[in-house]
Design a protein around this ligand. Structure first.
Ligand SMILES: [Zn+2]
Length: 320
C-alpha cells in the first residue's frame, strides 16, 4: 500500500475534511451519487451487466508511466504476468473498489475476520482522518487475501458496491477466486489532483515492489531476512512510521513488506524520508544501499535505482 506520508492533521489541510457521523440514509445516497458521478469501469458494469469479459492488456512500468487512463484499465505487468495492475482514472474509484478490502486485510484497529458494511467502513475511514480517496494512494493484495474478502463478504451478506462487484468479476476471470491461485493485484490512480504525475510514478514503483514480494518467494525471503537483520532500534523506527500511516503493526509480514517498499522503492519525501523514520539521512542511505547490495538478482533488482518517472507522462488521459 502507499499512504501519503502525512499525519492526519496535515492531510486534512490539503484534502477536503470528511463530514463525520452521517446517517445511514445519507451514506447510502452518498454511495449512489459517488457511483453515478465517478462512472468508470465499475459504473459501466453496474449499468450494462456482466456479460462481457474485462479487457486485460500487458504493460511495462514505462508504458504505465507514459499513460493517463480515462477509464479503469487492467494489465498484466510485463516483467511478471502474475502481477495484475489496475490503473484507475481517479482516487475515488480506486477507493470505492478497494477501501473495504484494505479495512479487512491490513488497516490498524479493525477486525481481520469481518468485512465492514458501508456505515462501519465510512466510520473507520473518517475516524483516522481520511477520506475514500486518501485511505490509500495505491493498493496491493495477494490473490488469496482477495478471495478471502469475497468469501467473507458473501458469508456475512455484506452489500458490495458496483465497483467491488466489478473487481469480483475480474478476479473470477483471472481464476483468482479458486483455491491455491497465485497472483498479486497492485493499483494506482491517474494524475488527477491531489495526485501529480510524479506521485503517480512513485505509487506505481512502490506497488510493483509489493507485487514482486507476493509472487517471487526468494524475494519475500530476502525481505524477511533483511527485516530480521535490523537492529531493534531500526526495526522499531519502521514500525513506528508504519503505525502513523495506519498499518496493522501486529502483522509482521506486512511490516517487512512495507519496509522494503518504502526504503527502496518510494523515492519521494512526500511519502517517505529519513525524518519520517526519525533517523539521519546517512543512516537511511546506509540501510538502503545495504538492502540493494544484497537483493537477489531478478527483474526487480534494476528498478531499485531507477529514476522516476521511467518515461514522460501524457498530460491528458487516453481511452483504451
Ligand atoms: Zn505499500
Amino acid at each position: 500500500m502507499l499512504n501519503d506520508g502525512l499525519d492526519p492533521d496535515q492531510r486534512i489541510r490539503i484534502l477536503p475534511q470528511p463530514k463525520r457521523k452521517k446517517t445511514g440514509l445519507w451514506l447510502a445516497l452518498g454511495l449512489v451519487c459517488a457511483i453515478i458521478v465517478t462512472g468508470g469501469a465499475g459504473g459501466a458494469w453496474f449499468m450494462f451487466g456482466r456479460s462481457t469479459a474485462i479487457p486485460i492488456d500487458t504493460e511495462t512500468e514505462a508504458q504505465i508511466d507514459a499513460s493517463q487512463p480515462c477509464d479503469t484499465k487492467v494489465s498484466h505487468f510485463a516483467a511478471d504476468p502474475e502481477i495484475v495492475v489496475i490503473d484507475f482514472p481517479n482516487l475515488t474509484i480506486q477507493g470505492l473498489t478497494l477501501d473495504r478490502v484494505a479495512a479487512l486485510i491490513e488497516k490498524a484497529h479493525l477486525p481481520r475476520n469481518q468485512v465492514l458494511d458501508d456505515v462501519d467502513l465510512r466510520e473507520a475511514i473518517y475516524d483516522c482522518g481520511d477520506t475514500i480517496e486518501s485511505y490509500y494512494y495505491g493498493h496491493d493484495y495477494k490473490a488469496a487475501d482477495l478471495a478471502r474478502f469475497f468469501q467473507l463478504a458473501a458469508q456475512q451478506n455484506i452489500t458490495l458496491n458496483a465497483h467491488e462487484l466489478w473487481l469480483k468479476q475480474l478476479l473470477n476471470q483471472l481464476g483468482w477466486l479458486d483455491p491455491g491461485a497465485v497472483g498479486a493485484l497492485i493499483t494506482l490512480p491517474a494524475a488527477v489532483p491531489p495526485v501529480t504525475e510524479s506521485m503517480r510514478a512513485v505509487i506505481l514503483h512502490h506497488e510493483i515492489s509489493h507485487g514482486a514480494f507476493y509472487t517471487v518467494p526468494a524475494y519475500e525471503a530476502y525481505a524477511e531476512s533483511f527485516w530480521n537483520s535490523l537492529t531493534d532500534v531500526d526495526r522499531a523506527a519502521f514500525i513506528s512510521f508504519l503505525s502513523t500511516e495506519g498499518y496493522d503493526t501486529n502483522n509482521t509480514n506486512l511490516m517487512l513488506n512495507e519496509a522494503q517498499a518504502y526504503l527502496v522503492f518510494t523515492p519521494d519525501p512526500q511519502f517517505f524520508s529519513a525524518k519520517a523514520l526519525g533517523m539521519s539521512q546517512a543512516q537511511l542511505d546506509t540501510l538502503r544501499e545495504g538492502y540493494i547490495a544484497g537483493m537477489p538478482s531478478f527483474w526487480l533488482t534494476p528498478l531499485a535505482n531507477e529514476t522516476l518517472p521511467v518515461s514522460a507522462p501524457l498530460k491528458a488521459c487516453q481511452t483504451n
